[in-house]
Ligand binder design. Structure first.
Ligand code: SF4
Length: 247
């Protein structure tokens, strides 16, 4: 959602900020969580970021002033959510300012937005963490409540723009971890030029309490997190396909 303040600067609704993270892109990251997401992933760990106005509005300039204070300790910044592509003008403005500071930029996204939003942000991304959810269209829809089309368009745009990215794949036993699922993902990635590997996201139940607190019905009660052995097997399959894998 594009919102601007009285000085015509784009603003985004910020859920929270983490000053130092080592799991949201390369090196040490300053991470900004933006509110607003149109997907309704059944396994979402942050349903409190779905609403577009659940935090405070901020300009890129205001966030940049905070980043300057920790600039010497970080490699770059990551915007995540929610879905950060829903605030494209803000992200473009922030990434431009961050580049001016000599830092790199990372977008953590599911790519579920209109094409013009993608086009605004992609040129300013140094890295992208792209969560594909599930490559099977029916399972994608089961998991997210939406059609896969926009996500695949986003993937093509990353390639067309020659942008480095990691594919994030959620491992849910009995749903997204079969040899067939993983092989399909690997075969698809082999046709891509700019994908640097797969990051496995083991399904976890740490966000379930938020669903309860918000009076949302959590429907994934038949599923469980993967065991370490199950994850190791998947890592081996991916490695055998010659693809880098991060767990
Ligand atoms: S895309 Fe992310 S924030 Fe949006 S519903 Fe899915 S997991 Fe939650």
């Amino acid at each position: 959602m594009n919102i601007f303040n009285l000085s015509k600067q784009p603003v985004a609704n910020v859920h929270s900020i983490e000053s130092f993270s080592c799991i949201d892109g390369p090196g040490v990251r300053y991470v900004i969580f933006l509110n607003g997401c149109h997907l309704r992933c059944k396994i979402c760990a942050n349903p409190d970021t779905w609403n577009f106005q659940n935090g405070y509005n901020s300009t890129a300039d205001e966030i940049t002033q905070k980043i300057k204070k920790v600039k010497s300790y970080i490699s770059g910044i990551t915007v995540t959510g929610g879905e950060p592509l829903n605030s494209p003008y803000f992200v473009k403005d922030l990434f431009t300012r961050v580049h001016d500071l000599g830092l790199n930029t990372c977008l953590d996204t599911a790519g579920y937005v209109s094409e013009n939003y993608m086009d605004i942000v992609i040129p300013y991304c140094d890295y992208t963490l792209f969560c594909i959810k599930h490559l099977d269209p029916e399972k994608y829809t089961f998991l997210t409540g939406k059609s896969q089309d926009k996500s695949l368009i986003f993937w093509n745009k990353l390639e067309e723009n020659k942008k480095m990215y990691l594919i994030r794949h959620i491992i849910i036993p009995g749903f997204s971890d079969s040899e067939q699922d993983i092989k399909f993902l690997c075969d698809t990635i082999k046709q891509k030029k700019y994908c640097k590997g797969i990051e496995l996201l083991p399904y976890h139940e740490l966000g379930v309490h938020k669903w309860k607190k918000m009076n949302f019905e959590f429907k994934m009660t038949d599923f469980r997190p993967p065991t370490q052995d199950e994850l190791n097997n998947i890592v081996e399959i991916i490695k055998k396909n010659g693809i880098n894998v991060i767990l």
